[in-house]
Design a protein around this ligand. Structure first.
Ligand SMILES: Cc1ncc(COP(=O)(O)O)c(C=O)c1O
Length: 458
């Protein structure tokens, strides 16, 4: 009987994060100001603490994880690597399917891996309060948890549609001592302007980011900073602990590196955290298919151009070189709230641009069908975001069957869906529809970025 759980002891937790920037074949495009000049650390200092700004710009391959962060992570890490033998049997595939179970963290997803690190670095720098945005509430609850452990205040702007669809994560945030309000709100200038123009907007991560950044920067006492749950280099860096653990665990299972690695991609952090520690093997010549999966409703990687764009709707962030649908894009209210972001992490974008990863997009209905296959075989109920990865895993396992190949497939089980049952109910009642982004709408949104500086592509 094959082992279904591969467990590492606390002693075996990785002691360093892996920084892909050190090994990329092409240098990254630097963040720019709107007039095309490189952003300096000083410009970012009202938004982030200097210790995280340094990490953001670091080109060092390995970065030590401070002991106190490891101490907190060991509350739930290392997470198990599990083998999905029941799904394998159901699909009658020769593929061996492994998944990193990130649903076991206190907040139920991979997000606390960086929330704890970011709260710790902010505290070290003397910051007392963090503001942030959240989509489905996974990130907001993760940061609330981390801030509570480290004694920081926390304020979360939650995208309106998720605020209404997912009431329980708001309660998690309150339990962990954070304040959570619906975005757009009337507490910021940006929120008030948007509410005036679009009173019925479902909101978006781009809007919520603007509100959270505005509040942090407006506090001239210097005690508040902003924290982002995905997209930035230091966030992806903190998440590499997952891939580093998985690498050790696959060895223990007697496997070579995977043939296929899959993660859903909203801003790119869970995908990157699992995939980047294996990408170096791909750079060095191993054949690994690395697949970020996004919704057809919000297809930045599969349909957006690689361009410089703002990370938020109010254009307060630096310009980042990334695949984007345009910063003013308001995605339709699909249930995978954490995948409703107009852009993609610059590092994931660069990996896709240089052929190290090949993205796919999946429809909402297919994702829920796949989530149901998962719960009837493996038993657990996945987050709607995670179902995008599972839909792709099923496709790849079926492909392995057609080809008669014993492939090793690894994916990120990025979170559980126990607080996302509203979407499951709508699906079971036949009330969910697919939404593929119409080309005219995409072009209209991209008009907003056509006059911005362009990345110089070698
Ligand atoms: C469970 C889960 N998976 C995936 C994501 C997508 O984010 P990222 O692409 O940064 O991993 C989210 C975001 O909220 C999430 O909650």
């Amino acid at each position: 009987m094959p082992e279904r759980k591969i467990i590492l002891s606390e002693r075996e937790i990785p002691k360093q994060w892996y920084n892909l920037v050190a090994d990329l074949p092409n240098p990254m495009h630097p963040p720019l100001t709107p007039d095309g000049k490189p952003v300096t650390p000083d410009m970012l200092s009202p938004v982030f603490p200097m210790n995280l700004i340094e990490q953001e710009a670091s080109t060092k391959r390995w970065i030590d994880i401070p002991e106190e962060i490891l101490e907190i992570l060991c509350r739930w890490r290392p997470t198990p690597l599990r083998r999905a033998t029941y799904l394998e049997k159901y699909l009658n595939t020769p593929a061996r399917i492994y998944y990193k179970d990130e649903s076991l963290s206190p907040a139920g997803s991979h997000k606390p891996n960086t929330a704890v690190a970011q709260a710790w670095y902010n505290k070290e720098f003397g910051i007392k309060k963090l503001t942030t945005e959240t989509g489905a509430g996974q990130w907001g609850s993760a940061l609330a948890f981390a801030c509570q452990l480290l004694g920081l205040e926390c304020k979360v702007y939650m995208v309106r549609i998720s605020f209404d669809q997912k009431p329980f994560r708001k309660i998690l945030m309150r339990i962990w001592g954070a304040e959570c309000i619906a975005s757009p709100s009337n507490q910021t200038k940006c929120g008030r302007e948007i509410l005036q123009k679009m009173p019925d907007t479902p909101g978006s991560l781009g809007i919520a980011i603007s509100e959270a950044v505005e509040e942090a920067v407006a506090d001239k006492s210097g005690r508040t900073r902003y924290s982002l749950g995905s997209v930035l280099n230091h966030v992806l860096l903190h998440q590499t602990i997952m891939g580093l653990e998985a690498k050790k665990q696959l060895k223990i299972a007697g496997e070579k590196n995977p043939d296929v690695i899959i993660g859903c991609a909203g801003g790119g952090s869970n995908f990157a955290g699992l995939a980047f520690p294996f990408m170096i093997n791909k750079i060095n010549g191993e054949k690994i298919d690395i697949i970020p999966v996004e919704p057809t409703a919000c297809p930045s990687l599969t349909r957006g151009p690689f361009a410089y764009d703002f990370g938020d709707i109010a254009c307060q962030t630096p310009l980042l070189a990334m695949y984007t649908l345009g910063h003013a894009f308001v995605p339709p209210p699909i249930h995978a709230g954490g995948l409703r972001y107009h852009g993609m992490a610059p590092l994931v974008s660069e990996a896709v641009r240089s052929g190290l990863a090949a993205p796919r997009a999946v429809d909402q209905i297919k994702c829920y069908e796949s989530a149901l296959i998962w719960s009837k075989t493996e038993g657990s109920i996945c987050a709607p975001e995670t179902s995008h990865a599972i839909a792709c895993v099923i496709e790849e396992a079926q492909k392995a069957k057609q080809e008669g190949k014993e492939k090793v497939i690894l994916f990120n089980y990025s979170g559980h869906g126990l607080l996302d049952l509203g979407g499951y109910e709508k699906f079971l009642d036949g009330k969910l529809t697919d939404y593929v982004l119409p080309e005219e709408e995409l072009q209209k949104s991209l008009n907003n970025i056509k006059n911005l500086p362009k990345p110089k592509i070698k």
